[in-house]
Ligand binder design. Sequence first.
Ligand code: SF4
Length: 154
Amino acid sequence: MEKILISRCLLGEPVRYDAKSKALNHQIIRHWQQQQRLVPICPEVIGGLPTPRPPAELNQRLNKVLTESGDDKTAEFASGANQALALCQKHQIKYALLKERSPSCGSTFIYDGSFKQQLISGQGITTALLRKHGIAVYSEETIEQLINVLSQEI
Ligand code: SF4
């Protein structure tokens, strides 16, 4: 059975920058948990960042992840992405369900780096690396697509 990498905050774990979670209340999550097919990760925490932590955004022009005060967190974000990829390779994971709009986990939209709540089309650091290695990344907003894809694999 295909395993699925999943953002820990979507499982209700308080790992976000503000020490809160974003639990995804969907019955398929409980089903997948019972099947033991979910592999949780928070790329930012595993990359070495504390919780809570200052919010950071991807600055595409500089190709860096910065906090609003300009602290460069690119190395921690890259480490988290590499560890997420290693986990996928260890478990032969081909699908990920990651939190939308995060500078790590976003898959369709991210904030533009201005810290003015401006969304742009784009993907987070972890999502970009996983996709580069052939892993399909979905979010809480595209979970029905993932369910559909998985149903065709069974
Ligand atoms: Fe959730 Fe991903 Fe942010 Fe961790 S890095 S809190 S898993 S969105």
